[in-house]
Design a binder for this molecule. Structure first.
Ligand SMILES: [Zn+2]
Length: 261
């Protein structure tokens, strides 16, 4: 007896219903008014350019998006990363799912394409997600912004991941002369929960969507109430790519001002 292929719709329903809450972690703001305050701003990064490294794509301003943070002097202008310098990223793979490296790369590429922001993956780290210092110094004492930390964690290490929360993400901002920039941040993922999700149909795509969502927070997107956007606060296997509003918001977040070191 030949078995008929399961209709696609039913197969999807059979695995539907995973509930992932995708959290937003708001990190600190460090205020540094005026120039010459070396306490917060490190020297100009070696790989900073005079002009933005990439350009955000041209998108139609449609759909729904919300910024995590807007400029103190203009509610419509988002706080962004510096588009003239690459965003360095390190990964703590302690509870990483199989294939995590490729999933993270694809998610980062997707944010880079949608914003025009440049990312550099600097490899692995043992750094823990609760370390929120903004700057770091090399053995010669040269200070730089700490790389963004993508951390495969668990609810024991990161209480914010308790319950259905699959990940949290956010960035920390600095202010100078009345303008703010995100300078570093983190994406913290519930490795054990995402390992389970990975086993479902289209699991890899769903896990990648979680990482994309949290990277969306990292670069400055907040949650929206529209289920068709990836920045909706509950994960769904039906929305695993950027929606129109996500794309409009990400393009705006790639078009910020450069830091004038
Ligand atoms: Zn979220």
């Amino acid at each position: 007896m030949r078995r008929r292929a399961e209709p696609r719709g039913r197969a999807r329903r059979a695995v539907a219903g995973f509930v992932l809450v995708l959290g937003l972690s708001l990190l600190a703001l460090q205020l540094t008014e005026g120039r010459g305050t070396k306490a917060t701003f490190p020297d100009r990064p070696n790989d900073a350019m005079e002009q933005p490294i990439g350009q955000p794509p041209t998108v139609r301003d449609e759909g729904t998006y919300q910024f995590v943070r807007t400029q103190p002097k203009d509610d419509n202008e988002p706080v962004t990363y510096d588009p003239c310098a690459p965003i360095h990223v390190v990964v703590n793979e302690r509870t990483a799912v199989p294939g995590a490296d490729g999933i993270v790369r694809q998610a980062v590429d997707s944010v880079s394409d949608a914003t025009g922001l440049a990312f550099v993956l600097d490899g692995r780290t043992d750094r823990r997600p609760d370390d929120e210092r903004q700057t770091t110094a090399d053995p010669q004492g040269v200070r730089s912004w700490r790389p963004v930390l993508i951390s495969w964690s668990d609810p024991d290490e990161t209480p914010a991941l308790k319950g259905p929360v699959a990940g949290v993400g956010g960035s920390t901002a600095v202010r100078r002369d009345g303008h703010e920039w995100f300078v570093t941040g983190g994406v913290t993922l519930d490795g054990p929960q995402l390992r389970q999700l990975l086993r479902s149909e289209a699991g890899r795509t769903s896990v990648r969507a979680v990482v994309m969502h949290e990277l969306g927070h990292l670069v400055g997107l907040d949650h929206v109430k529209d289920r068709g956007e990836l920045m909706y606060a509950t994960g769904s296997e039906d929305v695993t790519e950027w929606g129109p509003g996500d794309r409009a918001g990400l393009a705006a977040l790639g078009g910020g001002e450069c830091i004038d070191y």
